[in-house]
Design a protein around this ligand. Structure first.
Ligand code: PLP
Length: 283
């Protein structure tokens, strides 16, 4: 079955989607995006994602994108047209398509390019959750506004591939020895005193929608503060959170086994609690 995507007001087969070579998303990564998960044909934490998209758009001054009501309609239409059960819906909004390449922004009344498509994935019964992830730390060399969800993802992609090249699954980024976040996930540890430590919300990390939903489900004490690479290597448990992975255990950091090298019990409980919450509140 050919995937039906949404592009600038139209639902079309994926092979028919065309965007200009002058699109600012293509030439300048001048665009923002969201990833919303779908369980049982319903959208998980739709409000959180639509609000963060609005914030990302306003931080870089892109106007004219669909509002919350329109996004809900687009997503539901894509779910229906693709008979979509489980996976993610990707949304992207670019600053549009001027008729030439120019650093200067086009007039704000130029319509943005708006794209959305489904990605079928097994999210709940993901086998990676059973075995856990192995990560290596790398310097965080991204720009200083990691809190805006832009499509400037080259560095994160390079680092993920470098981690895979070293035999790991993914990269955790660090600044001056302090972990900021994963390549596409927020990073968390539970130390040997049972305290959950997670980076505070500032410009160094993306303000994860999953992180925000997971923290109220945590029964442990929470400290929102940076943690060091060595604290992470010696943690009792570690995990990442993201819309596509939910809560995903981390069992190895820089070759050090975390706990007994298997997904930690508090992490497994939190994953189950999050999935229960996601199913109950999806719309
Ligand atoms: N941090 C980064 C750098 C990300 O790219 C993502 C998701 O793509 C996250 C954290 C997790 O955010 P969310 O839970 O909203 O998916």
């Amino acid at each position: 079955m050919t995937r039906i995507i949404y592009l600038n007001g139209q639902y079309i087969p994926e092979t028919e989607g065309k965007v200009s070579v002058f699109d600012r998303g293509f030439l300048f990564s001048d665009s923002v995006y969201e990833v919303v998960s779908v369980l049982d044909r319903k959208l998980v934490d739709f409000e959180g994602h639509v609000q963060r998209l609005a914030r990302s758009l306003s931080e870089i001054g892109i106007e004219g994108a669909p509002d919350a009501h329109a996004w809900l309609g687009i997503c539901r239409e894509l779910v229906s047209r693709n008979a979509f059960e489980e996976g993610m819906i990707y949304w992207q909004v670019t600053r549009g398509t001027p008729d030439d390449r120019d650093f200067v922004f086009p007039p704000t009344d130029m319509p943005p390019t708006v794209l959305a498509f489904t990605q079928s994935r097994t999210l709940v019964n993901n086998p990676v959750a059973e075995r856990g992830l192995s990560v290596v730390t790398v310097p965080d060399l991204r720009w200083g506004r990691a809190d805006i969800k832009t499509t400037q993802l080259l560095y994160a992609s390079l680092m993920k591939n470098a981690a895979i090249g070293q035999g790991a699954d993914d990269a955790w980024m660090e600044r001056d020895g302090w972990i900021t976040e994963g390549s596409a996930q927020n990073a968390h540890i539970i130390n040997r005193d049972g305290v959950l430590i997670t980076h505070p919300l500032n410009r160094e990390i993306l303000h994860g929608i999953t992180r925000a939903a997971v923290l109220p489900l945590v029964v442990q004490r929470i400290e929102e503060r940076p943690f060091s690479v060595s604290e992470a290597e010696q943690a009792a448990e570690a995990f990442v959170s993201s819309a596509s992975g939910f809560v995903m255990p981390v069992v190895r950091i820089n070759g050090y086994a975390i706990g007994d090298g298997k997904p930690g019990s508090a992490t497994v409980q939190l994953r189950n609690a999050y999935i229960e919450w996601a199913r109950r509140t999806a719309k």
